[in-house]
Design a protein around this ligand. Structure first.
Ligand SMILES: *Cc1c(COP(=O)(O)O)cnc(C)c1O
Length: 387
């Protein structure tokens, strides 16, 4: 069997045709494909506004800026995420702190969040922004987080890089019903891809107007936002410091084409997850737990070793799987334990649940084109390694 990666894109002839159409058209960038992709995603999610950007990282950055995050402010996220969820605060000159995860869902722990907010209120260091991360595509408890945001007055940006196609309380993740902004990623390992790319969703018109400017240098071409009358049809004004975070039409065409297959991709992932759960139920590991009010997209299939029942260390199990051609991975190295964050004062033991999860978890291959035969091979190799 050839190497089975932990995740990868699914590209069909119709995707290729849509990209070729753009290549043969007038506009490779700043053309009509961007708005078509944005409309497809905002309609799917039931959000008013969508802003396509060059990556989810760019999306997180300008989302923070749109909320006014800056020097002296504080952003909280979880350690069990990709570094981008925390770095976006530092891009804005703000400080970062973390809230530990729940040991069942691996998402933000609501009880830890409550305790930390109570302490922060007393010390006068409440966060301005909270970024909950929908790990593996399973939504966080957004109702509880939303309640706390009203009580303590912080903004919410959902890091939904894993979660397009997921739902929570029967609403698509991206509806922005419980948050200010939601950010998706379209990197090839995620649920749908545009090569590289991201999208921000919001129901707030003020944030939308700011985001549109921030993704293109802080420039406006609409007279209603200008400080004076337009000087002519060529005229534009830079109103604030923005960035070049645009997506190309080539990418947007791929993204829009992939959107038409989103539900199919998610249902294939669900079939594969159900098969894994069944085949691994007697293995010395914990399979993913799913809350009743969530329907995850299952970006990742992460198992947690029952270390008291397994003789080999995780590293050895991981290495043997890789040697056998199984492209396992680990999600995530706790952000606060990277040297860059240790230099800010974070250390081992700060967030024990995230650290414990990191020490025991292995991400098995899962993507919509993974065949049952390949999946059976993963299970067979894993069984041999664990026995
Ligand atoms: C992939 C990912 C990102 C970053 O997405 P890009 O589109 O690569 O910038 C951010 N957060 C999480 C949780 C991710 O998995």
């Amino acid at each position: 069997m050839s190497y089975i990666p932990y995740g990868k894109q699914s590209i069909s002839q119709s995707d290729i045709d849509e990209v070729v159409k753009v290549l043969q058209s007038e506009y490779l960038t700043q053309g009509p494909a961007i708005a078509q992709f944005e409309d497809a995603v905002s309609r799917y999610c039931g959000a008013k506004y969508a802003v396509a950007v060059s990556s989810a990282t760019a999306g997180l950055h300008i989302s923070c800026l749109s909320l006014g995050l800056s020097h002296g402010d504080l952003l909280w996220t979880v350690p069990n995420t990709f570094v981008a969820s925390a770095n976006c605060a530092l891009y804005c000159g703000a400080d970062v702190d973390f809230v530990d995860i729940d040991p069942k869902t691996y998402n933000i722990s609501i009880s830890s969040l409550k305790k930390k907010l109570e302490a922060a209120e007393i010390s006068g260091r409440l966060p301005k922004v909270l970024i909950p991360v929908h790990f593996a595509g399973q939504s966080c408890d957004m109702e509880a987080i939303n309640e706390l945001s009203k009580q303590y007055g912080f903004f919410i940006i959902e890091d939904a890089a894993h979660a397009i196609g997921s739902s929570y309380e029967n609403h698509p993740v991206g509806s922005c019903l419980w948050s200010d902004l939601v950010v998706f990623s379209f990197h090839p390992v995620k649920i749908i891809t545009s090569g590289e790319g991201g999208m921000i969703l919001t129901n707030r018109q003020d944030l939308y107007e700011k985001l549109i400017r921030l993704r293109t240098h802080g420039i406006t071409r609409s007279e209603e936002f200008m400080t004076c009358q337009s000087e002519g049809p060529w005229y534009y004004q830079q109103l604030e410091l923005g960035y070049h975070y645009r997506m190309t039409d080539i990418q947007a065409a791929l993204g829009a084409s992939q959107m038409s297959k989103l539900d199919l991709f998610v249902s294939k992932r669900h079939d594969l997850v159900a098969r894994y759960n069944e085949k691994l139920k007697d293995f010395p590991l914990e399979t993913p737990y799913c809350e009743e009010n969530t329907h995850p997209s299952w970006h990742l299939y992460v198992v947690k070793l029952k270390t008291d029942l397994v003789s080999l260390p995780r590293k050895e199990i991981f290495t043997r799987l890789r040697l056998a051609g199984i492209g396992v991975n680990v999600h995530y190295i706790p952000v606060h334990l990277h040297p860059f964050y240790r230099n800010m004062g974070f250390k081992d033991g700060d967030f024990p649940e995230s650290e414990s999860f990191y020490g025991k978890s292995i991400t098995l291959p899962l993507y919509s084109d993974l065949s049952f035969q390949q999946q059976d091979e993963v299970v067979k190799v894993l069984e041999a390694v664990l026995s």
